[in-house]
Write a protein that binds this ligand. Structure first.
Ligand code: SF4
Length: 326
């Protein structure tokens, strides 16, 4: 059975899969965001793609049927398809994290707990060069924790982006905003930008993102639309932190009204953070409802997901993408 929106919602809601890794080519491990440190696969069925964390305890199991990978739940076939190889972090993109460490302490993210390395421009160029020679490279995406200050991190991203323009593919950037960051990243050659609000519930924001300023992020997003243009500015909104559907709907409307495309991301509670945060992965029904609401708002404000060439919208692995999946 091909994966439709309802089945993709079930897979995202569960978020993991018990799969024999010998069935999978190169296995990726995320170095950024809530899923940092987790091994995952990309599963494609028909036009849809989903990313699932590998977990022996998952209620989703797999079987091989000819060329097909069959995903089973309660010993019943849910869908079938193929494993897609990732390039760097996801298929068709070189999605690279500069600093795998962060001075902030967002309660859903494990990067601050990892104290990882800071990649220099030479290392990043070598990674992209390798991806470029596969002839599968369609886009480059640069993201980063904040190793010392948002301003210093933006300078690192500017240097990296300038060095990668020679590959003539669209470049997206997702960092913490800083003074003048939007213009600096645009002038460096970035084509698309993402500043994450994480949640539009202000009480929850103050609890889970201590030290960050939601109004500053919203101002940076507004400026980004005037600098990068409509359909080129995105923001992740985590679902499952205790926010109501009404707050999500109002937040999606507020972002779409200023020309920003919200990306609704099911919360992933990493074991390293499970004692610090109360969160529930959203049900398939809730994911579908909120994705349909987001589609309505995007249509209302004439925003188009299919104009996006970098980062999460063209990938679609972690989300029900409005105007694509629903
Ligand atoms: S949707 Fe975004 S975070 Fe998820 S795998 Fe794709 S690029 Fe990575």
């Amino acid at each position: 059975m091909k994966m439709d929106a309802e089945i993709k919602a079930v897979l995202i809601s569960i978020g993991s899969i018990d799969i024999d890794v010998s069935l999978v080519g190169k296995i990726g491990m995320s170095t950024a965001g809530p899923a940092a440190g987790e091994k995952s696969i990309f599963f494609r069925s028909g036009e849809r793609r989903v990313r699932l964390t590998i977990d022996r305890k998952s209620p989703l199991h797999t079987a091989l049927d000819g060329e097909d990978i069959v995903i089973l739940m309660d010993n019943r076939e849910l869908t079938r398809g193929r494993i897609e190889e990732e390039l760097i972090h996801c298929p068709e993109q070189a999605y690279i994290t500069i600093s795998e460490r962060c001075i902030y302490d967002c309660k859903f993210c494990t990067v601050p707990l990892r104290d990882g390395k800071i990649k220099n421009t030479k290392e990043i160029k070598e990674l992209v060069e390798g991806a470029y020679h596969t002839q599968l490279l369609k886009a480059i995406a640069i993201t980063s924790g904040v190793a010392d200050s948002p301003g210093r991190e933006v300078k690192r991203a500017v240097e990296v982006i300038k060095a990668l323009k020679k590959y003539n593919v669209p470049i997206g950037v997702s960092v913490c905003p800083a003074a003048n960051s939007t213009v600096m990243l645009k002038e460096a050659g970035a084509d698309e930008i993402k500043y994450n609000v994480e949640t539009m519930d202000r009480n929850i924001f103050s609890l889970v993102c201590p030290g960050l300023d939601l109004d500053f992020i919203l101002e940076a997003l507004k400026e980004s639309v005037s600098v990068f243009g409509r359909n080129k500015v995105y923001s992740n909104m985590l679902i499952g932190l205790g926010e109501s559907d009404e707050t999500v709907e109002q937040g999606v409307e507020e972002l779409a009204r200023i020309g920003v495309i919200p990306i609704l991301r099911a919360i992933d509670v990493h074991p390293l953070r499970s004692k610090e945060i109360t969160a529930n992965r959203p049900s398939p029904q809730r994911l579908l409802k909120l994705a349909k609401i987001t589609k309505e708002k995007l249509d209302k404000y004439k925003l188009r997901v299919d104009q996006s060439q970098t980062m999460c919208l063209p990938c679609g692995g972690c989300d029900l993408v409005p105007q694509v999946d629903v």
